[in-house]
Design a binder for this molecule. Structure first.
Ligand SMILES: [Zn+2]
Length: 69
C-alpha cells in the first residue's frame, strides 16, 4: 500500500516524465480513496498549466515573446 507521500512524489514525477501504467494505476487507485492527494493533484496541474502559461519559453530566455497581460 502506498502512502500519501509516495503518491505525491509520483504526482510530481508525472509532471516531468510519463508514469508507467503501473504507477498511473497506483496513483488512480489512491486518488479514488484519498481526498488530500486528489486535491494535491489538482493543485499540481494548476501550477503546471500556470507555469506553461507564464513561461512558455523556459528554454530560450532571450526570446522577447513573453508578453505579460
Ligand atoms: Zn493520499
Amino acid at each position: 500500500m502506498k502512502t500519501c507521500k509516495d503518491i505525491s512524489e509520483l504526482l510530481s514525477d508525472s509532471m516531468d516524465r510519463p508514469l508507467t501504467w503501473r504507477e498511473r494505476w497506483t496513483v488512480r487507485g489512491h486518488l479514488l480513496m484519498c481526498r488530500h492527494c486528489s486535491r494535491f493533484e489538482n493543485h499540481l496541474h494548476f501550477l503546471h498549466k500556470a507555469s506553461e502559461h507564464y513561461f512558455p519559453n523556459k528554454v530560450s530566455t532571450q526570446n522577447s515573446e513573453y508578453k505579460p497581460r
